[in-house]
Design a protein around this ligand. Structure first.
Ligand SMILES: [Zn+2]
Length: 311
């Protein structure tokens, strides 16, 4: 039975598996968990119709072209870059920079999700919607890289804290030396705390880089049949699969600046988003499935990563 009302995010992946199994013939269900042999939602008969309709419909072609254009942002990246784009659960995530706060630069109100994030073009930064100042002021990418452990996961204890300086005011004697600096736990001015990186992880690195990348690449593959898109999506999905079970928003995330035992359950994100995201990840896997059996370079790369990072 499929339940459509919100369920705890932890149940979403089994739910999707049940959903997918429910669409298989009864004989297949009897042999539950047998090897997957084809895309359930996009089998050859469906993709043939889809691509035939696409060839005849200019409006659909424009939409498809927009998808392919968007996919280039991930397609142009190396396998190693895409694999490394997924972060571990070792930095506290926050649903808001500060749900009822203001910008520490211009002091204007920046409530809820008004901070601007463009992770592909401005990684590890959030921007004030008023004065456009970006935070954190330190080079968080360098700090993050310095803390990567033997398994490819950021370890705060390993990270080089000498990198935690305002890049515009690096001198130790400068009064703005620590202004806007975030080590992953937020920037505090002594009275208030801004969760720049915690919120960036959710809305930037997770939703914009990882989820949008996987969705866009998978759709580009379905539209074209070009295995290059499926290859890149598979790299990202594989790394998400490595780390997804380690995420528990209830223990690792903040909602409205606090750990919320009532509404805080989830995975990378809070449950209402995590449910949909789990579905999208399962669907993307199903979309690219036909290409996976014909991609020895994918197996080679992921096997190499597993050896290098002791997975
Ligand atoms: Zn501002």
């Amino acid at each position: 039975m499929i339940y459509l009302f919100p369920a705890p995010a932890q149940r979403c992946v089994p739910l999707l598996i049940n959903l997918l199994l429910a669409l298989l013939p009864a004989s297949s269900q009897a042999e539950s968990y047998r090897e997957k042999t084809q895309s359930v939602f996009f089998p050859p008969a469906v993709t043939q119709i889809l691509r035939r309709n696409l060839a005849e419909n200019p409006a659909a072609q424009a939409q498809a072209q927009a998808c392919l254009t968007a996919a280039q942002a991930w397609l142009k990246q190396s396998d190693a870059e895409l694999w490394s784009a997924m972060f571990g659960a070792t930095i506290q995530r926050s649903w808001h920079v500060w749900s009822n706060g203001f910008c520490p630069q211009c002091r204007q109100s920046t409530p809820m999700n008004t901070w601007k994030i463009d992770a592909l073009n401005l990684p590890w930064k959030v921007a004030c919607p008023h004065c456009q100042e970006t935070f954190p002021k330190n080079d968080f990418a360098a700090f993050y890289k310095s803390g990567i452990d033997a398994h490819g996961i950021f370890d705060p204890a390993r990270a080089d804290r000498s990198l935690l300086v305002n890049a515009d005011h690096p001198a130790a004697t400068d009064p703005l030396h620590g202004f806007g600096v975030d080590d992953g736990t937020g920037y505090s001015d002594g009275s208030n705390r801004w969760h720049f990186i915690g919120a960036y992880l959710i809305y930037g690195q997770w939703k914009q880089v990882m989820l949008t990348g996987i969705r866009t690449l998978a759709m580009a593959y379905v539209l074209t049949g070009d295995p290059a898109y499926a290859h890149k999506a598979a790299i990202m999905l594989d790394r998400v699969a490595d780390l997804y079970p380690t995420f528990d928003f209830l223990k690792q995330g903040l909602s409205y600046e606090r750990v919320d035992p009532v509404v805080g359950a989830g995975m990378v994100t809070v449950w209402h988003d995590a449910c949909r995201e789990s579905m999208e990840l399962a669907l993307a896997y199903d979309m690219i499935f036909p290409a996976l059996d014909h991609d020895p370079a994918l197996v080679s790369f992921l096997s190499g990563q597993a050896r290098q990072y002791q997975l």
